[in-house]
Design a protein around this ligand. Sequence first.
Ligand code: NAD
Length: 479
Amino acid sequence: MNIQNYINGQFTDPISNEWLDNYCPSDGEVYGKIPNSSIEDVEIAYQSAKSAFGLWSQTTLEERSRILLKISELIEDNLQELAEAESQDNGKPISLAKAVDIPRAASNFRFFAHAITQFFSESHESVGQNAMNYTLRQPIGVVGCISPWNLPLYLFTWKIAPALAAGNCVVAKPSEVTPLSAYLLGDICNKAGLPKGVLNIVHGSGTTTGQAIVEHPGIKAISFTGGTKTGAEIAKIAAPMFKKLSLEMGGKNPNIIFADCDYDDMLNTTVKSSFSNQGQICLCCSRIFVEASIYNKFKTDFIEKVKELKVGHPSEDSTQIGALVSKAHLKKVMGYIEIAENEGGKILCGGNKVTVKNFENGYYLEPTVIEVTNNECRINQDEVFGPVVTIMPFYSEDEALSLANQTKYGLSATIWTNNLKRTMRMTQQIQAGIIWVNTWMMRDLRTPFGGIKGSGMGREGGFEALRFFTEQKNVCIKY
Ligand code: NAD
């Protein structure tokens, strides 16, 4: 299946006629082509967004909200088709795409459709000076949204929905590895009555299409989710142009397990926080630190559960671990398992490629648990982003804290304990943008989402996203 760009409400081929192969991770076959859009395509997308901005920015909040709600409804109506596309493109189990990815994409539009009607700005009366200040929040203009392959439609819409709700027009690029669901979104937007040019979707590689978006002088803000190295490259280009930037990047999240936790809940959730989506979620906890007194018990129980996980073709309902996203990524992840072994890590389970009958060329890997003895090794410092976790014991709260913070990343952390005072101490001192206590990946879309250190700059979610996608102006009126 060949996909096309979505510009000015129409589907078009790239001007250069350059195409990239689209691989299906579950069987390793090429099943389509995607445009490798050039600067010229991005320019046309930009011009179409610019032309649409005048009307869209003046469209009433009720009307914008109505259209976004319609998009949300149509995503729900097309759940099966979108979930199949996501699973085929990404290798994730269809059950996960149906339960998480696509419903969340619909929620993103629904949430921001409502949020924009409740968005407010501040006013300050300058007492004794007969003056009133108020903050005017206006849409920025044309903004760029660039998203990764791990949660394709989920993260694509997480950016687009608030950008549109706030009255901006958008030039967006999904990952070239998983473009299909974004392509299908174009048709949904037309059916929902989104005016032409308000959303433009250009496909292509990061260094061609993505960079053209970042470099475009008329695109005033960039919301990016992806790797830390890419985020740094984008910041380097955008900084001298003084673009507004929101960067959501990589992580190396700790899962800190104290002996006083609710053990069964912790164990079941830890399997999920380690291996959901083949470990390819930025919030997955890849470093598990366990209080020494329960370390051996945890090790035995955890390995037993991990060995039960069913690796298989993503279209099977019983599959829990699907295929990794690409051949290159599988190679990278397997390379890290080798590095870990060379560094003295002990593989407790997994570590091998899996051959799925009839899909021998798919990119399958066993969920892998590695025991390590220090936190400085590369497997504990580099983001692997696959079904690989490490475990090691700790002997005190201070040690757990220092292990958790000993990383260049700071996206999320999970703590398992029933001790309230410890919870308060740890949550105050852990360097991460999101901390879960006795749960994982429980999301409320009103909350600020993002990381610190090498994991992020700025926050998305709730009103934070609407603030990012608006420019503030202080107006002072003397009366
Ligand atoms: P990536 O950085 O390779 O690519 C992300 C997007 O940026 C893609 O659309 C890509 O084409 C584009 N891109 C690449 N180079 C570019 C450039 N020079 N200029 C402009 N755009 C460019 O990341 P990925 O491999 O697709 O995704 C995995 C990474 O994303 C992991 O590091 C993961 O932790 C991170 N991630 C973070 C979050 C978060 O919320 N913090 C969420 C999901 C994924």
